[in-house]
Design a protein around this ligand. Structure first.
Ligand code: UN1
Length: 519
């Protein structure tokens, strides 16, 4: 039986499909129909925003510790459904099962952190410059949060928005990626049931990019959305930034990356090669935190490359249920885009990693492929050596299993190359020299810096976000995301019985600033 995947507004499935129906298939096995999606349109989005607007004041009235209890229940329900949810992630987007389990763990970690925040959400008491006057700060919910998420982390990254937004007393409209709707619906169910969320507090919209953008625009114009969170491409992020800017809002934007890995002469090259494999080819290179370019010192270039190439040649690729390093592309549309990126390979490049490039098929096989390559959307891992700083491959995100390699002579050059593409999400350095590590941290414009670790692998209680083309400086996760989903309010309370004017009625001490120490 084919399952129908719906939008949900005010706690009820929408039923209608004004945006038509779309089939959603397993990218590792295209014969496997995951579900048929009843697509909404711009009006569905506006309806969801209206429902959220109506429900939000009641949710904000629920005491924060009780909202924290809701998050605790959600975390426990997600944990109890770990295997089923991870299996769905693997089936819908082709992420290897072990990674999918880690992704579900990341939701539980996020819930664990924010349960405590429900009993904190601290404001401050602040001394006043005048007597008999008290100053306080409070965190208020922003209102309605609209969040639009990517499908490479179809449940963990949405949870980074949903959990803190709800905990802070906001109502939410969530539009999952159109290629991960089943994960979207499953997570929605777990949140609504586990959290006992009142109707309208969380709404789910299935719609394509164009209808979502139109619906968001109309909702902003109607004053129904107060905050936008978006994870996706830099191009769409800049459109959302423009739209929200017109409404005097600043969106929380988590965009692409061109994450560098610098390998210094003192590095442990085996460790670096293992990290390059995981960072570059895990999730078939389709993480925002995936490795873009290895920037390796010329003295260890050959040595490193030989190790990285060998590991890549040996890496099991294929069926994501079978313990592979990576499975298929998330969806056919990413395969099409990746073909364009492969077109950026130039005659001056040397291609390694596999005996072939492009789609893995019976006629373009990969040795040791796990499963049937023709069943899904699988690509050869591709290492491109000899990348130069003006190459498209060096300058742009190449979402897919491709890693560039270039060399450097001195540390300043490594840093310059690492910053050059103008993204700034994640970064990594392999070195055993502490000075290099700290010089790199200071010099790299990136939200995340790994020393002797992969470019991916952020933890749920550290700030996550980027600079430059990777975002507008907003940070998710941990206590830092609270500033995205609350507004600070300053309160002053004067109990002096008279009008005390700030700055004007302030008493000062008598100081003698003309005094000088004897020579
Ligand atoms: C993303 O790719 O958008 O650090 C998020 C990591 C994961 C999250 C990545 N924990 O790779």
């Amino acid at each position: 039986m084919t399952r129908t995947i719906n939008s949900y507004v005010n706690g009820a499935p929408v039923g209608a499909a004004p945006g038509g129906t779309v089939e959603n298939r397993n990218p590792a096995n295209l014969d496997d129909l995951v579900g048929t999606v009843a697509m909404g349109d711009a009006n569905t989005f506006v309806d969801a925003a209206r429902a959220a607007k109506a429900a939000q004041p009641g949710w904000a009235d629920v005491p924060a510790p009780i909202r924290g209890r809701a998050i605790a229940h959600i975390g426990r329900l997600v944990e109890a459904n770990t295997e089923a949810l991870a299996r769905l992630v693997t089936r819908e987007i082709g992420k290897p099962y072990a990674e999918a389990l880690g992704e579900v763990r990341e939701i539980v970690d996020t819930c664990d952190f924010f349960v405590g925040e429900g009993r904190r959400l601290y404001g401050q008491t602040v001394p006043s410059e005048m007597p008999d006057k008290a100053l306080f700060t409070f965190r208020n919910p922003v209102g309605v949060v609209a969040t639009i998420t990517a499908g490479n982390f179809p449940v963990a990254v949405p949870a980074w928005y949903l959990v803190p937004a709800l905990l802070c007393g906001n109502a939410v409209v969530w539009k999952p990626a159109d290629y991960s709707p089943a994960c979207g619906e499953a997570l929605y169910e777990l949140f609504v049931r586990g959290g006992g969320l009142p109707e309208g507090v969380l709404n789910l919209v299935m719609a394509d990019g164009e209808q979502t953008f139109a619906g968001l625009e109309q909702s902003l114009e109607a004053g129904l959305v107060d905050k936008v969170g978006f994870t996706g491409s830099s191009a769409v992020g800049s459109k959302i930034g423009e739209l929200t800017g017109r409404h005097l809002q600043s969106a929380c934007l988590e965009l692409g990356g061109k994450n560098p890995m610098v390998i210094t002469p003192s590095a442990d090259l085996d460790l670096a090669a293992e990290a390059a494999l995981f960072s570059g080819f895990g999730t078939a290179g389709q993480r925002c935190t995936s490795l873009g370019t290895v920037i390796v010192h010329e003295s260890v270039h050959e040595d490193f490359l030989a190790r990285f190439d060998k590991l890549t040649q040996q890496a099991p690729v294929g069926d994501p249920t079978q313990g592979v390093v990576f499975g298929p592309m998330l969806d056919e549309k990413f395969a099409e885009r990746f073909e364009d990126y492969l077109g950026w390979i130039q005659p001056h490049h040397t291609v390694l990693g596999s005996s072939a490039t492009g789609r893995i098929t019976a006629t373009n096989p990969r040795e040791g492929f796990v499963g049937d390559p023709e069943a899904g959307v699988f690509y050869h891992p591709t290492i491109v050596d000899g990348v130069r700083e003006d190459d498209e491959i060096f300058r742009n995100e190449t979402f897919g299993p491709m890693v560039g390699v270039t060399t450097y002579r001195d540390f300043d050059e490594a840093l310059r190359l690492a910053n050059l593409p103008g993204y700034g999400l994640s970064s990594s350095i392999y070195t055993t020299d502490a000075n290099d590590a700290f010089r790199f941290r200071r010099g790299i414009s990136a939200g995340m810096v790994s020393v002797n670790n992969s470019t991916s692998g952020a933890e749920a209680h550290l700030p996550f976000g980027g600079n430059g083309k990777s975002g507008n400086g907003s940070r998710q996760s941990g206590m830092w995301v609270l500033d995205q989903f609350t507004r600070w309010q300053a309160m002053n309370w004067d109990y002096s019985g008279r009008l005390q004017k700030a700055q004007m009625d302030v008493a000062d001490l008598t100081a003698d600033e003309s005094y000088r120490l004897p020579e």
